[in-house]
Design a binder for this molecule. Structure first.
Ligand code: ATP
Ligand code: MG
Length: 574
């Protein structure tokens, strides 16, 4: 362990070592930044955050937290067409819900790249003046054609040697709106023969007559991502700029721009350091904003916050906890190797978090009536069970046993397959926390469907009494008193895709949609659970973890979502 934990806050932060922490430790030892650590999470507000972003959030905010630094929330909003306040709000909510904050010592570190438009523009003029940028008037096709190839250098634009004055004049007129979109662009003057395409005079400004959600129609030239990002980092005094591996080839450009501006006296050294890590790919999920948008707009799911979506709002609604998500991010760690993480790792972290937290209760999801013929009508037994089997201090719950009970439909069969230990005629099972019963037969409707199961109970077999030990049964089923059970809607969610890599190899991910990813059941709950507050979680014994739906559930009118089953059964025969 290489992290000091000086106060209570820091103890919560994930502290597993990784190569990024090693770099920071080295910097702290050499005194590069004093001991300052400043990171940023820089989403573009063009969609809802997903579980991949959670990895970046946990990394950036987690590092800042554990080194006593600060992580900025910065909206990288330089694409006017796709961005909106709706997305900004959802991103703010998601980061807060995960339990992170961007205020330190009363200073709020919430930033927008669009607040830097004036500076970005000013620095672009400075680069022009210093002969480091030029206005190119080739068409987009010409620019593309002249980029060269992996084996051939690019061809310099015929406009590359324009004078500083001409460049300044044209750039100012671009800003003033005198030209059409695509007529001119501003390019950094670097090296058309560089083996790295990103260094072949990248475009840093383009004309767009688009309304920006924050700056309105003030601007008709917009800076490109690569130009904006490093400057935003430097303006905010970011020390370590952590991004995903696809930006590795952009790092020389990041460094070039900051180096040029430092030479011009704008920034002081040391300059922020870009460090890349592998992105999260999760099986049975999709982490492309564009494809997630398609699922929503084409109605394959019920919105961004559909509990099957891998968005933060989706997993929240599904009942996943911030702690479970953080545990998952800790477990997968941070590396430089791109790989796929199995969905079962994500679900496992959730189970590990919920197992300890969730109070136990009973629910019958697919009810079938069980009648105890020798149990007197009007009688009832109060049964009791622990709220949590490993936490006796959380107390007990009580519920009545009566003559007519609800049991799960699949806890009865007329013709038991080998190894079936639950109810079938002639077999004995224990009613959890109650009596041993022996099945005597079933009633059917005119179509041959079983509508009720009959049994007799053994009055001396009650759980917790001496007689209980005289009965050896292999089956143990849960139940609810018909007269007392509370009705509820239960939504049983499963994986959205049938295949682990639904969009692999560029194929149509919609073909891999799981048609049974949502089933709605009219279920019964143990008395008490119907008063759950929205987002309250339980373990329904034998079924898994469930949450009262954030939006649709009301105390007294419950709607539950299945978060995850008790164990990993995916792909295994039921
Ligand atoms: P876009 O295609 O719109 O650029 P994006 O997923 O890159 O989508 P951003 O809003 O740019 O979205 O991402 C914000 C931050 O989250 C970036 O630093 C990005 O590297 C990181 N990030 C995005 N997806 C993942 C992922 N799957 N795993 C880890 N980090 C991710
Ligand atoms: Mg991005």
């Amino acid at each position: 362990m290489n992290i000091e934990t000086k106060d209570a806050d820091r103890n919560d932060a994930p502290t597993a070592s990784n190569f990024i922490r090693n770099i920071i430790d080295d910097d702290n030892r050499s005194g590069k930044w004093g001991s300052r650590v400043e990171t940023r999470f820089p989403p573009e507000p063009n969609g809802y955050l997903h579980i991949g972003h959670a990895k970046s959030i946990c990394l950036n905010f987690g590092i800042a937290q554990s080194y006593g630094g600060v992580c900025h929330l910065r909206f990288d909003d330089t694409n006017p067409e796709k961005e909106s306040f709706e997305y900004v709000e959802s991103i703010v909510d998601a980061v807060k819900w995960l339990g992170f904050e961007w205020t330190k010592e009363n200073e709020e570190h919430l930033y927008f790249a669009s607040d830097y438009y004036d500076k970005l523009y000013e620095f672009a003029e400075l680069l022009i003046t210093r002969g480091k940028a030029y206005v190119d008037s080739q068409t987009a096709e010409e620019i593309r054609a002249n980029r060269g190839s992996a084996t051939e250098a690019g061809t310099p634009s015929r406009y590359r040697e324009r004078s500083v004055d001409e460049n300044l004049d044209l750039f100012r007129r671009m800003k003033a709106g005198e030209f059409k979109e695509g007529e001119h662009v501003l390019r950094a003057k670097i090296d058309m023969a560089s083996p790295n395409f990103n260094m072949r005079d990248p475009v840093i400004y383009r004309i767009r007559f688009a309304h920006h959600y924050r700056t309105g129609d003030t601007w008709c030239v917009y800076p490109m991502y690569d130009y904006t990002h490093c400057i935003s980092d430097a303006l905010e005094n970011i020390t370590h700029s952590l991004c995903t591996l696809e930006f590795e080839d952009h790092r020389p450009l990041y460094d070039w721009i900051l180096d040029e501006l430092a030479s011009a006296g704008i920034f002081t050294r040391p300059l922020p350091q870009q460090i890349e890590f592998s992105r999260l790919n999760l099986t049975y999920a999709i982490t492309s904003k564009r494809k997630l948008l398609q699922l929503v707009t084409e109605g394959h799911v019920d919105g961004w916050d559909d509990p099957r979506m891998p968005t933060i709002v989706g997993v929240r609604r599904r009942g996943f906890t911030p702690e479970g998500i953080k545990l998952f991010c800790e477990r997968i760690g941070i590396t430089k190797v791109d790989s796929w993480i199995d969905m079962s790792v994500f679900e496992g972290a959730l189970r590990d978090d919920l197992d300890d937290k969730a109070p136990r209760t009973a629910a019958v999801l697919d009810p079938l009536k069980l009648i105890i013929d020798n149990y007197p009508e009007g009688q009832s037994d109060e049964c009791s069970a622990p709220v949590h089997p490993h936490h006796p201090e959380r107390g007990n719950r009580t519920f009545p046993l009566t003559r007519e009970l609800w049991i799960e439909r699949d806890d009865f069969t007329e013709t038991p397959p080998k190894g079936y230990f639950r109810l079938f005629p002639g077999n004995k099972v224990r009613l959890r926390y109650g009596y041993v019963i022996e099945c005597t037969g079933a009633e059917k409707d005119e179509h041959g469907n079983v509508i009720a199961v009959h049994c007799n109970y053994f009055p001396d077999s009650r759980s917790g009494t001496e007689g209980a030990n005289n009965y050896k049964v292999k089956g143990n089923i849960h139940w609810l008193s018909v007269a007392h059970a509370k009705p509820a809607e239960v939504r049983v969610y499963d994986r959205l895709f049938r295949e682990p890599q639904p969009d692999a190899g560029g194929r149509d991910f919609l073909e891999a949609l799981n048609p049974d990813s949502k089933r709605v059941m009219n279920a019964y709950l143990e008395p008490g659970a119907e008063n759950a507050e929205p987002e309250q979680r339980f373990q329904f014994e034998r079924h898994g973890y469930f949450v009262a739906d954030r939006y649709d559930s009301k105390p007294g009118k419950p709607v539950f979502n299945r978060i995850v089953g008790l164990r990993d059964t995916w792909g295994k025969p039921a």
